[in-house]
Structure formats: C-alpha cells, structure tokens
Design a protein around this ligand. Structure first.
Ligand code: SAH
Ligand code: SF4
Length: 457
C-alpha cells in the first residue's frame, strides 16, 4: 500500500516537539500530506514521553483508540517509550513499528520495509541533521544535541535518549541563519542540558573547546531582528562565563529557566543533582545582578519608545514534590526557596517512580494526598510572587511577539520575559493589521499571576 497522509501526535517536552518536526519533514519529502484527523491518516506517529506516569498513560489511551477507529493505519511509536520492553509487550499487537528516536535517521527504510533497522553507529544525534518542517512560521526550536549524562535519580531521560551527543556548531549556526533569513522572530536552542554543550566536531579532542557560551556569542552575532532563548540549563553546569555571556548577548531574552527540583540539600543529594541550594541561590543572584544591569542597553537598541520598560529578568523553574523520603521539614525548605527567589513560573510535578531509574528502588512513601498538598502549597506562594513581579509592568510599555488570536478575537503573545500578554480586541478594530509573528509595543493595563492585558501603542 502506498501511504498518502500522515498525522503526528506529540506528547511531552520541546525536544519531542522538535523531533516530530523532523519526522514531519521526512513525510513531506515523500510527497505525503498532513491529515489533521488522526483517525483518517494512513500513517500515525506517536512521539512519546516517559518522564511521568501520566504522560505514559496517555499513550495507553491513544493507541487502542486509534487502532479501533482507524484499523488500517500504520502506527509508529517513537520517543522515550520506544525502547521500553514492558511498554512494547503491553502494546505489541497494536503497534506496527517501534523506532527509537536516534534511528529516525533510517525512517525511510524502516517504513518501506516495515522493519526495525537499528542505527548501526549508535548515534543518537545524527538525526538532528534531518531537515525540519517547523510548525510555526516565526518561532522555532533548534536542537543542539540529544541525550543526558546526569542520571538524576528520578529521571528516565538518560535511559530513553542515551548519552549526551552534540551537533557541530557550524550546522547549528547555519540552521539559525537560515531561520533568521526566512523571517523567524524567535529561536529557542534546546537540549537536555544546554550548559554542557561542546561542538560536536570536537567532542573527542578536548583542546580548543567550543562550549555553550561561545555558541551563544556566535548566534547572537547573526544580524537580524530576532529573540533568542535556550532550555534547559542544569544549575551544576551554569558557569560564571556563561552568566557573563547571557548578560552580554542582546538577542537573548531576559528569561532563564533553571530547574531547582527541590529546596533541601539532603533531597538534592538523594536526587543526585550535584549542587546545593546555596549554590542555586548564588546563581540566581548573579544572573539577576548581571542581566538587570545590561537590560537598559538592550532596550535602547531594539526599541526607541520613550516609556519602554526595562523588565527585570524573569526566572522559572521545575520542582518535584514528594520525592521518596521527603519530610515535611525538607519540603518547607522548598517553600522557603520559593519565597526567597520569587519565581515568575514553576512547573511543579508530583514525584512518580520511573522504571529503570535509581530512585525506583526507594519506597515511594509520600502519600498522593500529601504530594497534592505540597504542590498546592507551592502554587500558592508562586501565585503571590508572580503577581508581585507582574505589578512592575502596570502602565509600562513592553515589546510583545504576537503568537495568535484567541476565540474572542484578541491577539495574544509573549514578552521577552516570557509573560503572556493579551491585547484588547476593542482596540484592534482601529488597527486591523495582521499582527501574527510581529513585534508590537503594548502598554500593560491589567495584570494577573500568569498573564497580562494591554493595548497597542
Ligand atoms: N533536562 C531537564 C528536565 C527534563 S525532564 C532538566 O534537567 O531540568 C522535565 C521535568 O520533569 C524535570 O525537570 C522534573 O521536574 C520532571 N520529572 C522528571 N522525572 C520525574 C519523575 N520521576 N517524577 C516527577 N517529575 C519528574
Ligand atoms: Fe533528567 Fe537530570 Fe538529565 Fe534533566 S539533567 S534530563 S532531570 S537526568
């Protein structure tokens, strides 16, 4: 049978979204067309996530439903669950092909021959050189590498994605240049731990290191009007050199996502995170001090509006509550961290044991109800600090990249500091331009914890 249409379902992180964009480009190259309805597509791909049980459960929901509604489809599973034997066993009659993400480079042969063809070079990064079909015309994720060497005790990623392997700086820079030439306004460099990037060509020879600070510098030097972001940074690898470079690069947005995971040193140790909370706080203080002093300069360069607001660095984090053995006192230290750092946003997860990790051997002894209580307690502090941080924006003018229009007809977008901004539709009738993918100046009228409303200037 010849396949004409495809549909890709992506679960999980930005890296999975980016992987799906590379898989989509392959199908397009074969002359296939995207079919929005997964129950009608000839080929359905599920890019899976194994980080939490809830993400895994979505796959157990999707697969039988797709095979029931669309029995003739060719169903492929890739991503983090594609090498888990227990998952394979559970879904074996319903899945036509399992492709570990690094083997996507052979996707053509695999689909044509309906065969699993392991990547002979054990290279989990080569596939990143495949072209991508970016899902947006103005925002793009550019993967700089794949895999993780850190083995945080709760985390499945090093098992699912293999060891760290990075692309050459040259191919990354060329991809970014191409995007900027094509009018892209926001580029996000992604890897499991961008801070340990080293130019792929030089991974063997440690002399003449080309690390993440130099990569940022070189990308920042690309001429054009674009914002630059990166994710994710591991606190143990955030060097002073990197902080200085972040503070200097003017395309780089004033937002850093720095996952703390916990606010207690004993818990951090049990998580195998490799830093203390004192070190984490010192990093935040250095980032704030150095970046906030250069913000006015960047603003002057990118925006001449007189009332333009020098929004301070925004800081976001990931936290796990209820790690095995986390006592109430230890949790209180995480709550203290929230009060001290005053995060702008936090992605708080209740611990869930993952097969194959070191922590799965520990007793998951914090009851579900208590995990929920801890999550809610942190959310309560977060709402307060985020609201307090956002108060600084009232009546100020900020630059917003417009990302879309909601069902009420209001344009919405993001600030450099990653704050959601909605623009009043009443005001837009006076300005009926298509603003999608444009930088606009917005005067903030009203703020909430996780969003703001404003009017076009
Ligand atoms: N590379 C990134 C994180 C990847 S996983 C980093 O180092 O920060 C994304 C997030 O999922 C993690 O930051 C963590 O907060 C959460 N997570 C990972 N494993 C988890 C588990 N077993 N239970 C609950 N949350 C988990
Ligand atoms: Fe997982 Fe830790 Fe690697 Fe992040 S750094 S992907 S949390 S093992």
């Amino acid at each position: 049978m010849k396949y004409h249409t495809y549909n890709i379902i992506t679960i999980g992180c930005q890296m999975n979204k980016s992987d799906s964009e590379r898989i989509a480009a392959y199908f397009e190259e074969q002359g296939m067309r995207e079919e929005e309805d997964k129950y009608r597509a000839d080929v359905v791909v599920l890019t899976t996530c194994g980080v939490r049980q809830s993400a895994e459960d979505r796959v157990y929901g999707f697969v039988p439903r797709i095979k029931k509604e669309n029995p003739s489809c060719f169903l492929i599973i890739t991503g983090c669950l594609s090498e888990r034997n227990d998952v394979k066993k559970r879904l074996k009659d319903k899945v036509d092909l399992w492709i570990p993400i690094g083997d996507i480079i052979n996707i053509k042969n695999q689909i044509t021959n309906k065969l699993q063809i392991p990547n002979s070079k054990q290279d989990n990064c080569g596939y990143l050189e495949l072209e991508a079909k970016y899902s947006s015309k103005f925002k793009a994720f550019v993967p700089i590498g794949n895999g993780c060497n850190n083995y945080c005790s709760y985390c499945v990623v090093p098992y699912a994605r293999g060891r760290e392997k990075y692309r050459s700086a040259e191919t990354i820079i060329n991809e970014v240049k191409g995007l900027v030439r094509g009018g892209y306004r926001e580029i996000t460099l992604i890897a499991q731990n961008v801070n340990s990037y080293i130019d792929g060509r030089q991974q063997a020879a440690d002399s003449r290191k080309f690390g993440f600070p130099r990569l940022l510098n070189e990308i920042d030097d690309i001429p054009g009007e674009f914002w630059l972001r990166f994710a994710t940074s591991h606190p143990k690898d955030m060097s002073d050199e990197l902080i200085d470079v972040i503070a200097k690069c003017e395309h780089l947005c004033e937002h850093v996502h720095l996952p703390a995971q916990a606010g207690d040193n004993a818990v951090l140790k049990a998580m195998n995170r490799g830093y203390t909370i004192e070190h984490y706080i010192e990093l935040i203080n250095n980032l704030r001090r150095k970046i906030n002093t250069r913000i006015n300069r960047a603003i002057n360069r990118t925006n001449k509006s007189r009332n333009y607001f020098a929004a301070p660095l925004s800081i976001t984090t990931d936290i796990i509550v209820g790690f095995p053995g986390e006592t109430k006192e230890q949790f209180v230290n995480t709550a203290k961290l929230f009060k001290e750092v005053k995060f702008d946003m936090a992605y708080i997860a209740q611990y869930s044991p993952r097969p194959g990790t070191a922590a799965v051997k520990l007793v998951d002894d914090v009851p579900k109800q208590e995990k929920k209580r801890r999550e809610e307690a942190l959310m309560k502090i977060l709402r307060k600090t985020a609201l307090e941080n956002n108060k600084k924006y009232i009546k100020k003018t900020v630059e917003v990249l417009i990302e879309g229009k909601n069902k009420h007809g209001d344009w919405y977008g993001m600030t450099r500091t990653n704050k959601n901004v909605r623009i009043d539709s009443r005001q837009q009738t006076a300005d009926s331009r298509n603003l999608l993918g444009q930088f606009v100046n917005v005067k903030i009228i009203e703020i909430r914890e996780f969003g703001m409303r404003g009017e076009l200037i």
